[in-house]
Write a protein that binds this ligand. Structure first.
Ligand code: ADP
Length: 244
């Protein structure tokens, strides 16, 4: 089995002493649309940061398509496209410039960058906004640009951290269509979202993290069998002791 992402006994303890991830193991087969849920502070971002090299694991091993994210950082990283929750861009830069910079970062030649950027701008309906400053774009355009940026180097694994946060229903549907298309093309997608209905609609497999531990990881159908609801399962699995 080819795993897009394999995490074995991951522990991340920050210098502050916080154990944000406390012995996580999970395997995501290539081509899976995977939902990753958990309340604020559960450890989702830390897991993503350890996978993408923003944070260093304290213990354990992470491989992306077989490449170790620490020992083989470059090989692993170029297979990942990350759409972060926070807009980490120069707000005065244009989509053209933002996408070109990422292509350069991954060592793409100018001609290849140009071709790829033209394709992505068209695909995400951004062409007519390509030379506007980021700060002047609407919320939906910014989110679309983050998705396009994650795809400049054509990675096989997309990690999308709250990709539809703060956008209206219509644009959310449009983004869902993009994500479904990418999944159909064979991309592996890891989606974190606070919108449980979005995860329920799109994802094939869903893991729930709470207090740095995986409390559930199974196919979507298993959450929904016998008339079950993802939301009630989620709430019961993430209920903290103080709620009792
Ligand atoms: P989530 O993405 O699920 O909201 P995080 O991974 O951001 O969770 O946070 C998990 C825990 O780790 C929280 O207690 C948070 O305060 C802590 N944490 C996150 N980043 C850092 C950091 N850079 N330094 C210290 N503690 C951190």
């Amino acid at each position: 089995m080819v795993y897009a992402l394999k995490i074995e006994n991951l522990v991340k303890k920050y210098d502050t002493g916080t154990v944000a991830v406390d012995g996580i193991s999970m395997s995501i087969p290539k081509g899976t649309f995977f939902g990753f849920l958990g309340p604020n502070g559960a450890g989702k971002s830390t897991m993503i940061h350890c996978t993408t090299g923003i944070a260093t694991p304290t213990e354990g091993k992470i491989t992306v398509f077989g490449f170790d994210v620490v020992k083989d950082y470059r090989e692993a990283r170029k297979r990942i496209g990350l759409s972060p929750q926070e807009y980490n861009v120069d707000i005065f830069a244009t989509p053209n410039r933002i996408l070109d910079w990422v292509g350069g970062f991954y060592g793409m030649r100018k001609k290849d960058r140009r071709e790829r950027i033209t394709y992505l701008l068209d695909r995400f309906n951004l062409t007519k906004h390509a030379d506007k400053q980021f700060k002047a774009l609407s919320g939906g355009l910014k989110r679309r640009l983050m998705l396009a940026r994650a795809m400049v180097h054509d990675p096989d694994l997309l990690i999308l951290d709250e990709p539809t946060a703060g956008i209206d229903v219509e644009l959310r549907h449009e983004l869902w269509d993009f994500l479904r298309e990418l999944h159909k093309e064979g991309k592996t997608i890891i989606l974190t979202s606070h919108y449980l209905e979005e995860v329920e609609l799109l994802c094939e497999r869903i893991a729930i993290i709470n207090n740095g531990k995986i409390v559930s990881d199974k196919p979507k159908e298993e959450y929904l069998k016998d008339g079950g609801k993802l939301e009630s399962m989620y709430l019961s699995l993430t209920k903290s002791d103080t709620d009792n």
